[in-house]
Write a protein that binds this ligand. Sequence first.
Ligand code: NAD
Length: 227
Amino acid sequence: MKKIVVLTGAGISAESGIKTFRDSGGLWEEHRIENVATYDAWLRNQELVLEFYNQRRKQLYECAPNAAHFALAKLEKKYDVQIITQNVDDLHERGGSTKVLHLHGELKKSRSTVDENLIYKINGWELKKGDCCEKGSQLRPHIVWFGEAVPNIVTAVKLSSKADIYIVIGTSLNVYPAAALLNYVPNYIPKYLIDPNGSEVAGIRNLTVIKEKAGKGLPELVKELTL
Ligand code: NAD
């Protein structure tokens, strides 16, 4: 079975009603990164950071996977599909994809602040001050904040280097190290980029740019790949 590796960003969830970061009307117009998504912010004001992610989590419960998430699940009938996502939502899983690697953490999980291996599922949408891990320390959102290490990047590089087909969807390719993954994909294999604002990427060969929203462009590509 051929291996398709898919790198997704905030754009694939946009049609589900989850705002992207950099589009106009995106999240960062309402919140400053340094106030809600850095370890310094957490040290300064835990309530504000918890509340920011509580609101994101609450919204996620009101959202559903869209045609693009479902199309990726369909691809598994013919291919070994591995998704690498920068998204912290769970829409790939709810859309039926079985192999999803989260680079930047997961909104519906919390993590101990003294032992990073202690990760828990959050019941409901709220994580509060005073919610503690089994070792007694405050729980934080299981999110990779700006400036923090991305532990799953090593696995993502290995997966990217072994792809037979590579699909990139809905990412501005601005956030590193995820944005560099394309550089590890072998030159000769076919690559697709689906993004209404997508363009050629310097140094990347065999790349077809599909300037469409994921909900339209991806089902069409999946149809073509599964003919
Ligand atoms: P980004 O906001 O930098 O870029 C979003 C990209 O999606 C843009 O290139 C835009 O043109 C494209 N886009 C917008 N609507 C689209 C659609 N309907 N179909 C296809 N593409 C569309 O997001 P990013 O590159 O993922 O990087 C920013 C960071 O934002 C990541 O670290 C990620 O963790 C985080 N984030 C995640 C979520 C989520 O989990 N859903 C939401 C917002 C931000």
